[in-house]
Design a protein around this ligand. Structure first.
Ligand code: MN
Length: 139
């Protein structure tokens, strides 16, 4: 094998879709501290542009974005053959009852609530990377 750096087990590639700068910074810094490679998209169009170039191992998706409805964006991503089995985890502060169900129906693999629990967050991310899903076997 050519190259000096051995791949680390945590070198998964995560795309964070988040329009709030402070939330982005927090999530990015935690993920980087755990050795993940982090891509950033600050709106829905940036997310689509990013995915044109590269498909990550997991997407963390804010559902409240300035340019698109996050639910619609997830539905759209699920129609892309490259994204059909990709873990897409909503990271969102739900305003209304039924929002979680709406996220799952849109095709999210699971939901992480904002404000994120900075201690639990890395374990949650790791679980989704290992294939954990909140989607029932019947859906
Ligand atoms: Mn937002």
């Amino acid at each position: 094998m050519i190259g000096n750096e051995a791949p680390t087990p945590d070198a998964s590639h995560i795309l964070v879709v988040e329009d709030n700068e402070l939330n982005m910074e927090l999530v990015r810094d935690i993920l980087r501290a755990y050795g993940y490679r982090v891509g950033e998209a600050f709106n829905g169009q940036a997310c689509l542009n990013y995915l044109e170039q590269e498909i990550p191992d997991l997407i963390l998706m804010d559902l409240q974005l300035p340019d698109v409805n996050g639910y619609t964006l997830v539905q759209k991503l699920r129609t892309d053959v490259r994204c059909q089995t990709l873990p897409i985890v909503a990271v969102t502060a739900f305003a209304m009852k039924g929002d979680r169900e709406k996220a799952m129906n849109a095709g999210c693999t699971g939901v992480i609530m904002k404000p994120i629990d900075t201690r639990a967050f890395p374990r949650q991310v790791e679980a989704y990377l290992r294939g954990f899903s909140e989607q029932g076997p019947d859906t």
